[in-house]
Design a protein. Structure first.
Length: 73
């Protein structure tokens, strides 16, 4: 959040609009924080989109591990 604060201020002054920041962080296992769903509702994203995102994170993690172990196609 601290790293993005300067960007939010710059956008605010350049375009004269309010900027809201939501920390949307997903772990490599697809685990999210308790407040994640609240933030998703604020930006009009459905729970189904969350599931699709978690699936993508898990598949990418598996791909990276397979590539590291030398089993990737």
């Amino acid at each position: 959040m601290r790293k993005m604060k300067n960007l939010a201020l710059e956008i605010n002054t350049a375009w004269k609009i309010n900027v809201l920041m939501y920390p949307l962080v997903t772990s490599v296992e697809g685990i999210v924080t308790r407040t994640f769903l609240k933030y998703l509702e604020n930006i009009c994203v459905t729970r189904n989109n969350l599931r699709v995102g978690q699936k993508a994170v898990l598949l990418q993690t598996c791909h990276i591990e397979r590539k590291f172990l030398g089993h990737a196609p």
